[in-house]
Ligand binder design. Sequence first.
Ligand SMILES: CC(C)(COP(=O)(O)OP(=O)(O)OC[C@H]1O[C@@H](n2cnc3c(N)ncnc32)[C@H](O)[C@@H]1OP(=O)(O)O)[C@@H](O)C(=O)NCCC(=O)NCCS
Length: 186
Amino acid sequence: MILATLLSAAFYEDEDAWQRGTATGLQEPPLASALFGWASLFALLSQHLVYGRRHVTLLASAGDKVVGCCGLTFEPAPPDVIAATGAREGCDYGLLTGLAVDPAHRRRGVASALLAEAGRLGQARLAPPGMLALLVARTNTAALRLYAGQGFEEQTSWVDVRWRAEAERGKLGKPRRLLLVRRLPG
Ligand SMILES: CC(C)(COP(=O)(O)OP(=O)(O)OC[C@H]1O[C@@H](n2cnc3c(N)ncnc32)[C@H](O)[C@@H]1OP(=O)(O)O)[C@@H](O)C(=O)NCCC(=O)NCCS
């Protein structure tokens, strides 16, 4: 019950966005099962607890079922992102995390609609020129195509230091990630 109340308050934080979005909307606090399991629900909740009003969770629903989600956190761009993008030091950016669509609802534009809404929120919240960024595994061809179609561009000078450190220790497993950025119209 407490969980539902906290989530509900967090999700309603930007109610206008819910009203505007075509694929987004939430009438009731979601059940854990609708959000791809308890692990996902706790992951989302922890973002709201850590970042407060700087974090928004976008949900896409079909009928009364949540079929897609994505996190968007507004925070100062870290030095590696500033260096790779040439953005102004100290500027805020929007970091997208945890984009996922229910397998039964893929290839119907759900992720595209979530990203479009993230772009609208970014424009509303960030001082121009705003930018959205995300990390994606180099091997995730589906996501890479999606992001390219939505105007995200790879920042080729950015290096996945976590991947490099593990590779240097001879540890293989986690794929190398790429930094993609979409610059928002001013
Ligand atoms: C990647 C993912 C979010 C895409 O969601 P989706 O709702 O199916 O995406 P959309 O329907 O909006 O697709 C838009 C475009 O992206 C590209 N795309 C999406 N899925 C694709 C796939 N499996 N193969 C190739 N291209 C794909 C296509 O260009 C597609 O346009 P089209 O259907 O007209 O060809 C979804 O497959 C998913 O949840 N994957 C697992 C989690 C994940 O990898 N998240 C990304 C983390 S960085």
